[in-house]
Design a protein around this ligand. Structure first.
Ligand SMILES: Nc1ncnc2c1ncn2[C@@H]1O[C@H](COP(=O)(O)OP(=O)(O)OP(=O)(O)O)[C@@H](O)[C@H]1O
Ligand SMILES: [Mg+2]
Length: 371
């Protein structure tokens, strides 16, 4: 299997890796390649670099995916049946929509969203932001409008926590301090607990004021109603992401730190039973194996002696470049060792300033798909 067949066959591609290695760029370039090859593709990006957002024409904080105009998508080739939408995820927008959908009534949703504690708490609740990305993914998979969804992840070792986030959310709410705020019928303690809860409530009431405590109780009560929905979705999403329809690609640069991060992610995927599909060695010279030596050029020069002085520096430079390409090929070869069946190790070139425009992404996508 190569990257091209992944792009042709998978329904979900998730890109993970250390900070700044090119996850978002790779996600975009792969999305472009798959759409040009004829699939209906959605790229869900997280916090893209400004120049990428500009090259793709993505509006910031949009409430839904933006289609790439066909004339841009298919520049330089015959228009095909493919389509490319991109969405710069705003976790807050996604989460609010999610609260609305899962709440028992529009009033219950409003209780949560309009509560002045909501913003404060949505930052505090560990995993809520990561969960938003997963939530968006699950939704689009449900709607079935796309043949392939490429999911970018945030630069963190916690990038895959969204699979566990509902568990973490639940732990947060199960926490006894928090359950103090739950309406009585929803907290599980006995008489003693109720007394404690009352006491804590009173203390907090005297610190924050009675209305604050009441507001917190209402909020937590409404919120706890979402949990059944969250659990259900988490289970479904986990089974979707562990299925053979999904593939996780690890992006890395040729540098040691990001390579060890890639190794960390590979172990983590294994641990979580997620389908590891290979490595993208980004910004590498691994494929520059056709470099001509300046010495070879000198063979065609008549007065080679005089020209040689002038090109000494060039020769040294070429030697360095060759050594770097050699080193990167070594890195790629090591990444390719012990890959599971069907997984790939591909090198993406350093695109320099090319990524300023959409054409640069097209070329990067092609380089990835055909390597
Ligand atoms: N192959 C490439 N050639 C040239 N520049 C690249 C390449 N890949 C990525 N870049 C540049 O590197 C920078 C970081 O890339 P990108 O935002 O895709 O990384 P990321 O892994 O998503 O970062 P973060 O972890 O912050 O989300 C950007 O300026 C991007 O344009
Ligand atoms: Mg990124």
């Amino acid at each position: 299997m190569n990257l091209q067949s992944l792009l042709r066959e998978k329904r979900v591609l998730v890109l993970c890796g250390a900070g700044g290695v090119g996850k978002t760029t790779t996600a975009a370039a792969l999305g472009v390649a798959a759409a040009r090859a004829g699939r209906k593709v959605l790229v869900l990006t997280i916090d893209p670099a400004k120049r990428l957002a500009e090259a793709m024409g993505m509006p910031e904080g949009g409430a839904e995916p933006t289609p790439i105009p066909p004339e841009r998508l298919f520049a330089g080739q015959e228009p095909g049946p493919g389509r490319l939408d991109v969405w710069m995820l705003d976790p807050r927008v996604v989460f609010e929509r999610f609260v609305r959908r899962l709440s028992s009534s529009p009033e219950a949703a409003r209780t949560i969203l309009e509560n002045r504690l909501y913003r404060f708490l949505s930052d505090l609740v560990a995993g809520m932001q990561e969960y938003a990305a997963a939530e968006a993914l699950d939704n689009f998979l449900d709607e079935g409008g796309y043949e392939l969804i490429v999911l970018d992840t945030p630069p963190s070792r916690h990038a895959l926590d969204f699979l566990e986030a509902p568990g973490r959310l639940a732990r947060f709410l199960d926490d006894r301090i928090v359950s103090v705020f739950l309406p009585e019928e929803k907290s599980r303690g006995g008489r003693l607990w109720r007394k404690t809860s009352q006491l804590v409530g009173n203390v907090l009431g005297s610190i924050f004021g009675e209305s604050f405590t009441q507001e917190m109780r209402t909020f937590m009560g409404a919120f706890s109603g979402l949990f059944a929905g969250i659990r259900l979705r988490a289970d479904r999403l986990r089974s979707r992401l562990t299925s053979p329809d999904a593939a996780f690609l690890l992006v890395t640069s040729p540098e040691g730190a990001s390579l060890s991060e890639a190794a960390f992610f590979r172990d983590m995927l294994h641990e979580k039973g997620l389908p590891f599909a290979g490595f993208v060695l980004n910004r590498s010279w691994a494929r520059e194996d056709g470099l001509t030596s300046p010495e070879a050029l000198l063979r065609h020069v008549e007065d080679a002696g005089a020209a040689r002085d002038g090109v000494e520096a060039l020769i040294r430079l070429a030697d360095l470049e060759r050594a770097r390409a050699e080193a990167h090929r070594g890195v790629l070869a090591r990444l390719a060792e012990k890959l599971p069946a069907g997984a790939v190790a591909v090198a993406a070139p350093e695109a320099g300033g090319e990524l300023e425009d959409f054409g640069g992404l097209v070329r990067l996508g092609e380089a990835l798909a055909t390597s």
